[in-house]
Design a protein. Structure first.
Length: 232
């Protein structure tokens, strides 16, 4: 498995871990597309991981075995995440989505660290879900074939937010699935919302409002229906 990590620290690449300079002002979409074109598509490894520099996979061997099984047995899976939601509301943030027909809408597995040094385990026993709408960008897994088929992050979305939700909606709109797997990671810091958060959110919101003819909230089902994968 190839790991792509954006960082401001100067670190040496290894055979399967590649660091992207995060000190410049380019968007995360541009940095990840650079990694796709110049690293992932040139490697023999079929599974790749985009992970934040403050995140850590707890058991990489177990993680990779699960991913190989998921991608082999479910060729329609376009992305695998560790935490996310079934329905995306107009607020465009998976962690603020509260409703679903059959219970809680957000789920996954993560050890969340906070700025005060405390930690909280956010986990459930739902196993692997193939009906998700978005996953969190702190850790995302892909099979190389989706990039060979032309999938890219949207460079028209600036900054460091909503690239994850956008790539998930792109995947759903081409008939593939968004999966949340029972892979445990540790996210070491909670982060802070930037001052231009609402600007970034509105750009993402208006993009998908136009694409889906104002079909909110968004779900796997609604996107599949809109794009004709499910008969109307």
């Amino acid at each position: 498995m190839i790991k792509i990590i954006c960082t401001v620290e100067k670190k040496e690449n290894t055979s399967n871990v590649f660091y992207i300079d995060n000190s410049l002002g380019d968007s995360i979409a541009k940095k990840y597309n650079y990694a796709i074109n110049n690293i992932i598509l040139k490697q023999k490894e079929e599974i790749c991981c985009f992970i934040h520099d403050d995140a850590e996979i707890i058991n990489e061997e177990t993680c990779e075995n699960k991913l190989k099984c998921i991608f082999k047995n479910n060729p329609t899976v376009g992305i695998v995440g560790v935490i996310g939601c079934l329905i995306l509301e107009k607020n465009c943030t998976w962690w603020q989505t509260m409703r679903a027909p059959d219970g809680p809408c957000t789920f996954g597995n993560i050890i969340q660290g906070y700025n005060d040094g405390s930690e909280k385990i956010m986990s459930d026993d739902k196993g692997t879900c193939f009906d998700a709408t978005t996953v969190d960008g702190c850790c995302m897994f892909f099979h190389k074939r989706v990039f060979e088929n032309g999938l890219k992050f949207d460079e028209d979305l600036p900054g460091y937010h909503f690239y994850d939700a956008d790539i998930c909606l792109q995947i759903l709109s081409i008939g593939l699935d968004v999966c949340i797997a029972d892979i445990l990671i540790k996210h070491k810091s909670e982060g802070q919302l930037p001052s231009d958060w609402n600007i970034l959110k509105n750009l993402f919101y208006h993009k998908w409002t136009l694409k889906l003819n104002n079909e909110w909230p968004i779900s796997r089902y609604s996107i599949r229906k809109f794009y004709g994968f499910i008969k109307k």
